[in-house]
Design a binder for this molecule. Structure first.
Ligand code: 5AD
Ligand code: FES
Length: 347
């Protein structure tokens, strides 16, 4: 087992069978061995610095119907909202004053925000905050749209691939969505020059160790600058309402493996991880993550951006989360820094 971890660190990849073996035979002892190595690797690139990203959930309208997601279009109980450009800019102002230098615009796939509208929003943020990075997380678009946002100043794009396995993808999504298009989007984004993030849910329904092994190999092929993973958590108004949550143990283990495979990747300890365990984000950092993404959305809309049940921080002001996060990171010997937190190329 330890030899496989050593091999991953050395060769930066493993065969599918080797990944499956690691996932199926994980032990608490191996966890410690892995996490220590993962921390050493992250310290080499990022020291004890933690990058913060200000998450602005600007629309919960979505034309898609992913079976796991609380803002899927079939959820008629979701209270829908959209933020205006002025509201988004006011979130950025608040965030800037709190030391954020990256803003993440995340939303459902909402046709209301045409390319022209997005370009205007992105260009306005970049002109008011030229020292900040803008990250988009608004789903699958044409290459031309991605190019237009990039030209307007967007720096990074998050698009989780969700699962690299064909039949698993089809069990999580209606037939209108395909993993082939998803991957094509990720390659298009990379080609345009974005820093790109992919990722997946841990413990999503029907996920087998083989699926995760394929996720690892796909990420190794794509070589993303960012990877977002977090446990699957059911939402009561979705077809997966009665499915089980992903576990914290497997999520932490995979964070460690990803840190060894992609040594300088920007790796968040996600809100979902903080939702399934009160110390989830701290544990994520200690397993190799180096980013956290506190929420900058206006408190009035937060409780409406629910991808899963029991989401944390939905009643807290941005400033509360910002300082809460600082205290949490200090408590484990890490420091939140005021920095764009760009990707550092692997040595
Ligand atoms: N549990 C955990 N994560 C979820 N996401 C969507 N729904 C859920 C859920 N029920 C994740 C998806 C998506 C990201 C924005 O949130 O991976 O890409
Ligand atoms: Fe939001 Fe702690 S991070 S309250």
């Amino acid at each position: 087992m330890k030899q496989l971890v050593d091999k991953l660190e050395r060769r930066r990849t493993l065969s599918k069978e080797e990944f499956v073996y690691l996932i199926e035979n994980r032990t608490a002892e191996l966890d410690e061995y892995l996490f220590e190595k993962a921390r050493a690797v992250r310290h080499r690139y990022y020291g004890h610095d933690i990058y913060i990203r200000g998450l602005i959930e600007f629309t919960n309208y979505c034309k898609n119907d992913c079976y796991y997601c609380g803002i899927r279009k079939s959820n008629i109980s979701a209270v829908r909202y959209r933020l205006t450009k002025e509201q988004i800019l006011s979130c950025c102002k608040n965030g800037y004053d709190l030391g954020f230098r990256t803003f993440v615009l995340q939303g459902g796939e909402d046709g209301y925000y045409t390319d022209d509208k997005m370009v205007d929003i992105i260009a306005s943020i970049k002109s008011q905050y030229p020292d900040c990075a803008v990250t988009l997380s608004i789903g699958e678009k044409s290459k031309e749209s991605y190019q237009a946002y990039f030209n307007a100043g967007a720096d990074r794009y998050l698009l989780r691939h969700e699962t690299a396995n064909h039949s698993h993808y089809a069990k999580l999504h209606p037939a209108s969505l395909s993993i082939d298009n998803r991957k094509q989007c990720l390659y298009n984004l990379k080609e345009i020059g974005y820093e790109v993030g992919c990722g997946f849910m841990v413990g999503s329904p029907f996920q087998k160790p083989e699926c995760i092994a394929e996720d690892m190999q796909f990420m190794n092929e794509l070589q993303p600058q960012m990877v977002g993973i977090g446990p699957f958590i059911p939402h009561h108004e979705t077809p997966f309402a009665d499915e089980k949550c992903g576990t914290i143990e497997l999520t932490l283990f995979l964070l460690g493996l990803i840190r060894l495979m992609l040594p300088s990747v920007l790796l968040p300890a996600t809100t979902a991880l903080g939702t399934i365990h009160p110390m989830g984000r701290e544990k994520g950092i200690l397993a190799g993550a180096n980013v956290v993404m506190p929420n900058l959305s206006p408190v009035e809309v937060r409780k409406n951006y629910l991808l899963y049940d029991n989401k944390i921080c939905t009643g807290d002001e941005a400033a509360e989360c910002r300082f809460c996060m600082q205290r949490r990171m200090e408590s484990i010997g890490y420091h939140v820094v005021v920095d764009r937190g760009d990707f550092k190329s692997a040595k």
